[in-house]
Design a protein around this ligand. Structure first.
Ligand SMILES: NC(=O)c1ccc[n+]([C@@H]2O[C@H](COP(=O)([O-])OP(=O)(O)OC[C@H]3O[C@@H](n4cnc5c(N)ncnc54)[C@H](OP(=O)(O)O)[C@@H]3O)[C@@H](O)[C@H]2O)c1
Length: 280
């Protein structure tokens, strides 16, 4: 079956599903092959009106129609969705793609009655820049995927940005804390930077524009070179200068430790979510 004839269904029509659907449509994926299900009509109405998608309140109706099932519900709902769709998944053997944070492939296979041999499963961890096709997604599979499944995975994940295959599943929890939650962490730091500039008299719109474009430019600079971030930092830190003064203050306040702890807390939470969900 060619990619453009593959039917893709999103179980859960929330923010991430909408971003992925928007990306696929923007890249020219045919709307008539896209499905979405959700327990309330609000999210579905948007997809139906904006993108003329097939929508349904019934997850089972969707699962019966598609070749790729994207599980885009919150982690605490995933088990009930899988148990609901269990017979159809076993019958149709779709490619399963779960984007639920923290839920391991082992847990998903357990809910499916240990169907590792028969049902291809992928875990993906995108981030919110998916909304503007700028996500970076970590992706893992415990299976050997067919060429067709690799191609469709590439189509879906390329539609929302770039992606990186991860060799080990525990790396996904790390990616969850790093780039999954990362946009919120970065916004938090930028909010503080902007707040200080505004407190000192710079108008907020100017402070915001300067801070955001600084962030974009710095990331682009770092991506454009093989040089280490530490070297790029040193290049703009002259002895006794302004950057040096700021960095010394950050060091004395333990900023690096605070940032490391922020990432660690997110990673630990991803692991806890998995443990809780399995033991429920
Ligand atoms: N947002 C992120 O940055 C991000 C990043 C990476 C991964 N993720 C993962 O992506 C998943 C979705 O996140 P999100 O931000 O898109 O959440 P969201 O906006 O809350 O979307 C979840 C959707 O699932 C629907 N839903 C609830 N129960 C359902 C059921 N039984 N069957 C079908 N649909 C159901 C919800 O409908 P109602 O609202 O009507 O209840 C909602 O529309 C999560 O597992 C999250 O861990 C999110």
């Amino acid at each position: 079956m060619s990619i453009s004839q593959t039917n893709i269904g999103f179980v859960g029509a929330g923010n991430m599903a909408k971003a992925m659907i928007g990306g696929l449509i923007q890249k020219g994926f045919p709307k008539q092959h896209l499905w979405a299900s959700n327990p309330k009509t609000g999210a579905l109405d948007f997809l139906k009106i904006t993108h003329q998608l097939h929508t349904t309140l019934d997850n089972r109706e969707l699962a019966n129609q598609v070749d790729v099932l994207i599980l885009a519900v919150k982690p605490d709902v995933l088990k009930s969705v899988i148990l609901e769709l269990h017979p159809i998944i076993h019958q149709k053997k779709p490619l399963l793609i779960s984007i639920a944070a923290g839920i391991s492939t082992q847990a998903i296979y357990q809910w499916l009655g240990n169907a590792q041999q028969n049902i291809p499963l992928i875990r993906a961890m995108p981030n919110t820049p998916a909304l503007i096709n700028q996500a970076v997604t970590g992706v893992f599979t415990p299976n050997t995927l067919s060429k067709a499944h690799l191609n469709i995975t590439d189509t879906i994940l390329s539609a929302i940005g770039t992606y990186v295959w991860l060799e080990q599943e525990p790396w996904l929890d790390i990616v969850t804390g790093l780039s999954g939650s990362g946009p919120a962490f970065l916004f938090y730091i930028l909010e503080a930077m902007i707040a200080e500039a505004v407190k000192r008299g710079l108008p907020e719109p100017i402070a915001k524009e300067m801070a955001l474009k600084m962030c974009l430019g710095s990331a682009s600079l770092a991506l454009s070179t093989e040089q280490k971030l530490s070297l790029l930092r040193q290049n703009v830190t002259s002895k006794g200068g302004t950057t040096s003064a700021g960095l010394q203050k950050a060091e004395s306040l333990g900023l690096a430790h605070a940032v490391e702890s922020m990432i660690a807390a997110a990673i630990e939470r991803a692991k806890e979510v998995c443990q809780q969900t399995i033991s429920e």
